[in-house]
Ligand binder design. Structure first.
Ligand code: KG4
Ligand code: ZN
Length: 336
């Protein structure tokens, strides 16, 4: 079954063709990072307009790259939430148009479920991905930080979530505090890799004992305090070495928290495997520490499949299909 996926929940316009929920035939992502960079975050109205401008050509490229046309497509899958209202409207309206004009079934996909099922995807027909179940999935993105027990595709139990900031959001805010380029996540990873290891501050690790919930806003405030202390002498920004050292300490603290919570979730549920998905899963430092800390296999999404993309939407529609009608409404705050 060949599914055309459409994703537009935040600041990436994406279309992809996926065979049988596994093989990624194409995955085109038009990022709006350069457009939102000067505002230091995603501006919803601008994001909507950018989606309108990009969605048609992105879809054409996805079909071209997969070497097929709409005649070869069996269904259209689209993200209906969670996400930003305007951007979600653009994607769902576009998918309805395609479905109606070509008489194709339309499948609605929850964006978080897309991230969770992204570890089933492969770029090669010779690499078979069949995660061991039950699996614990750690979803870490700009808008979400959640732990789920995945019994099988479509059957989940939420074990924990953030009580304040999402991890990606904390990375982005701390990146701004440290004067690093937007978005903060990749910039902090890069800066931390260049930090020298000697005298370090120690940032707090909010454990929230007895729960699998997370909290990152205190950690962000602690970084803010460290920055203010250094700028007391009237300087407007940190020295490069100071920023690198704080970036590294922040990344260490986040990694410790994610490791502890993921390991606890695996132990409590006796899960057979674990996964880290979502934009923050691109972070190689976090990935490698999680893999070391766990005594079950850790699955990570393939290249280009951690951050928002339409391949994960097409894949999820195959594994956990939900038929939608022309009445499909966006649900900006829907949970998985
Ligand atoms: O999943 P995603 O593309 O969009 C949402 O659904 O939110 O995640 C975007 C988030 C941003 O906060 C970005 O800073 C973060 O993922 N991110 C990273 C890295 N690459 C992207 N965070 C830490 N390390 C990275 N290498
Ligand atoms: Zn996402």
């Amino acid at each position: 079954m060949k599914i055309l996926g459409i994703e537009s929940s935040c600041d990436e316009t994406s279309a992809a063709v996926v065979d049988d929920g596994r093989l990624v035939q194409s995955n085109i992502v038009a990022s709006q990072i350069p457009v939102h960079e000067r505002f230091g975050g995603v501006v919803p109205e601008i994001a909507s307009r950018q989606h309108v401008l990009a969605i048609d050509s992105v879809t054409h490229s996805a079909l071209d790259n997969a070497g097929c046309t709409l005649d070869d497509i069996d269904a259209v899958a689209v993200t209906y939430g969670p996400g930003l209202s305007g951007p979600l409207m653009v994607g769902t309206t576009f998918a309805k148009g395609l479905s109606l004009s070509r008489d194709l079934p339309m499948l609605s996909v929850n964006h978080i479920e897309g991230h969770v099922l992204s570890v089933w995807l492969s770029h090669s027909k010779h690499i078979f991905r069949e995660p061991r179940l039950p699996m614990i999935s750690l979803v870490v993105s700009g808008g979400h930080t959640e732990l789920h027990l995945v019994k099988r595709p479509g059957e989940y139990r939420r074990l924990g979530q953030t009580r304040d900031d999402a991890v990606g959001e904390a990375f982005d805010k701390v990146g701004r505090l440290l004067g690093l380029p937007y978005p903060g996540g990749p910039s902090i990873e890069l800066a931390a890799a260049e930090a020298d290891t000697s005298p370090r501050v120690s940032l707090p690790r909010p454990w929230l004992p007895g729960t699998l919930d997370f909290s990152f806003s205190g950690l962000k405030t602690a970084v803010m305090r460290e920055v203010k202390q250094r700028l007391q002498d009237g300087r407007l920004e940190l020295e490069s070495d100071e920023a690198k050292s704080l970036a590294s300490e922040f990344q260490d603290a986040v990694t410790d928290i994610l490791c502890r919570k993921l390991c606890d979730a695996v132990t409590e549920t006796q899960a057979s495997s674990a996964a880290i998905v979502g934009g923050v899963a691109s972070n190689l430092f976090i990935r490698s520490h999680l893999a070391e800390a766990l005594d079950v296999p850790l699955y990570v999404p393939g290249a280009g499949l951690s951050a928002d993309n339409a391949a994960m939407i097409a894949g999820a529609a195959f594994w956990s299909p939900r038929r939608a009608s022309m009445d499909l409404e966006i649900q900006p705050s829907v949970r998985m």
